[in-house]
Design a protein around this ligand. Structure first.
Ligand code: PPY
Length: 309
């Protein structure tokens, strides 16, 4: 039976992402306390895939995931899921808002309720937890000592699951917040192109010089490839040393993307391919004029003709 890891416990936004993953039906779900734990189990071969958060429309990239994918044994993204996120403030039955002196939640959830907290609980301390559902679970049934917080920011479903009272709902600063999750696997088979795909790569520069990032981006621009995410992350080797984590429209089997990746391979110290996979929103790639597969194949045919006389 297929085993799929996820950032648990049950009731996390990641567990909801897994609920909506088509291949999760009939698979065994294995909860992990952290993204690192889930990805380590995948690398070790204990599970067949892992669902992890990668990007949020309010807070940006999830560093723990971006960094875990950028180093270590290679892994690839095989699919993505978008989940709308709404937050509640949950507490044990009988707790009133005035009694809340500290709030436990995941760092990405805290970043999305800062405005509400500032307005309604300005003196509350923030206690980071491994996930939103872990904060709720520990409040309902502490596994060790009493948790150092009286309320948790979590999904409405996590409050229900743990029989907690909802002190306030819809507390996110942006009502339309969406988190993007990816299903990660060991390298093997890349999903076939659908015409509405994304490709993720991490680019490591050879050296730091003026225009270095521009040179990387030119490889995409010259072939009419649109970027959907670009983030710099420290390589952790030394101060000021960064790599670039990039999502682009298109599939590695698209001619234009293949040529861009070859260009990057020539100029970068390393190019880590993190997968080509169907877009969750099914939005087809915009292909710039003269950047279709047929345009590239015709140009290559012309060159071969010249070379072969
Ligand atoms: O803690 C969770 O529930 C997660 O799945 C991570 C997360 C936290 C906040 C927003 C989206 C995902």
């Amino acid at each position: 039976m297929t085993r799929l890891a996820y950032l648990g416990p049950e009731g996390t936004f990641t567990s909801m992402a897994l609920d909506s993953w088509p291949d999760a039906d009939g698979a065994e779900r294995v909860a992990f306390g952290s993204v690192d734990g889930a990805l380590a189990a995948l690398r070790a071969g204990d599970v067949d895939g892992a669902m992890v958060p990668i990007e949020n429309s309010v807070e940006g990239g999830v560093s723990a995931t971006l960094d875990a994918l950028a180093s270590g044994d290679p892994l690839v993204v095989v699919g993505e899921v978008l989940v709308p996120v709404t937050f509640v403030l949950a507490a044990r039955a009988g707790t009133v808002l005035d009694e809340v002196r500290a709030v436990g939640t995941h760092s990405h959830a805290w970043a999305q309720v800062r405005g509400w907290m500032h307005a309604r609980l300005p003196d509350a301390a923030y206690v980071p937890t491994l996930s939103t559902a872990a904060a709720a679970a520990d409040l309902a049934a502490p596994t060790g000592q009493e948790p150092p917080y009286q309320a948790a920011v979590c999904a409405p479903a996590a409050a229900t699951l743990h029989d907690l009272d909802v002190l306030a709902e819809g507390i996110g600063d942006m009502q339309a917040a969406v988190t993007r999750f990816v299903l990660v696997a060991r390298p093997g088979s890349t999903p076939p192109p659908t015409g509405a795909d994304k490709t993720t790569v991490v680019l490591f520069q050879r050296d730091d010089h003026a225009g270095g990032l521009l040179e990387l981006l030119e490889q995409f621009a010259a072939r009419g490839i649109n970027l959907t995410r670009l983030e710099s992350r420290p390589t952790k080797a030394s101060m000021g040393s960064y790599c670039f984590s990039v999502d682009v429209e298109g599939h590695i089997r698209d001619e234009r993307l293949g040529e861009a990746l070859m260009g990057l391979k020539r100029i970068c110290a390393d190019v880590r391919f993190l997968g080509s996979y169907p877009r969750a929103d099914r939005q087809r790639a915009t292909i710039a004029p003269r950047a279709s597969d047929a345009d590239f194949t015709a140009a290559r045919g012309w060159l071969h003709g010249l070379r072969d006389g």
